[in-house]
Design a protein around this ligand. Structure first.
Ligand code: ADP
Ligand code: ADP
Length: 227
């Protein structure tokens, strides 16, 4: 479980991005942070892997205050997927996925075999594995981004608007695949979006953020819809 206890973030310029956020994120489920632009979703997400440090409050994972864990150690257990996939441009698709396991000490051969399996799992055509990221469509790049994040087999995945830059048809496919992946792998996923329909489709639980970085509602999708 990931727990926010009265977490606030005030940026150095005085912006109150997140105000007194308290919430518990269940292990092995999809939790969605939704709300309009600028309401603190990304800031909240990035505090989970210590890309951003809270100004006040405590964040813990399975009861351990994450401020006591070295950020690189913490991030080994936390995959991160962003909007434009953020792939390494000078590495092939296969090597984008195989790089992290190699850095973690697996042999190149083993890592490439595992990478090929992951690319299958996220629905990427095998023939694309030798291409470079720029030679893929946006939706294909996102698939590689998800495979790369999964390569280290982290228990937690942070996803920041991962499907926002692709067309609606592909977005729908990616959402369906994420639901399937989640059912297969049981990851704890925290997913940021400004799209309430996407939130309701994907979320087991939905945190609705409001302007000023406050939590307006934290509920199951049916309850969020009925408001
Ligand atoms: P969201 O993800 O919901 O769009 P963000 O977490 O990105 O919101 O931003 C929350 C607020 O914090 C916004 O007002 C944004 O302008 C501000 N903000 C984000 N990053 C910084 C920063 N590095 N310095 C100052 N203000 C920031
Ligand atoms: P941008 O503002 O361009 O989105 P970010 O501030 O999001 O850049 O990220 C900084 C860099 O850290 C990114 O290139 C991101 O891909 C990289 N990164 C990759 N994995 C992680 C991780 N698990 N934790 C923190 N940073 C990561």
């Amino acid at each position: 479980m990931i727990s926010f206890e009265s977490v606030s973030k005030i940026y150095p310029d005085g912006t109150h991005a997140v105000e007194e956020l308290s919430l518990e994120i269940a292990t092995g489920r999809i939790t969605v942070f939704v709300g309009p632009s600028g309401c603190g979703k990304t800031t909240s997400l990035r505090m989970i892997n210590r890309m951003i440090e809270p100004t006040h409050g405590v964040l813990s994972i399975d009861g351990r205050d994450i401020s006591t864990v070295d950020a690189p150690v913490l991030r080994r257990g936390i995959g991160y997927v962003i909007q434009n996939a953020g792939l390494f441009p000078h590495r092939t698709v296969l090597d984008n996925v195989a790089t992290v396991p190699v850095l973690q000490g697996r042999s190149r051969r083993e890592a490439r075999l595992a990478a090929a399996e992951l690319l299958d799992r996220v629905g990427l055509d095998r023939n694309l594995a030798k291409r470079y990221p720029a030679q893929l469509s946006g939706g294909q790049q996102q698939r590689v981004g998800v495979a790369r994040a999964l390569a280290a087999d982290p228990p937690v995945m942070l996803m920041d608007e991962p499907f926002s830059a692709v067309d609606p048809v592909v977005r729908n496919q990616l959402q369906d695949e994420l639901i399937r992946l989640q059912a297969d792998l049981g990851k704890t996923i925290v997913f940021v979006t400004h799209d309430i329909d996407e939130a309701v489709k994907l979320g087991d639980r939905i945190a609705v953020f409001a302007v000023g970085g406050r939590l307006a509602q934290y509920a199951e999708p049916a309850e969020v819809l009925s408001r």
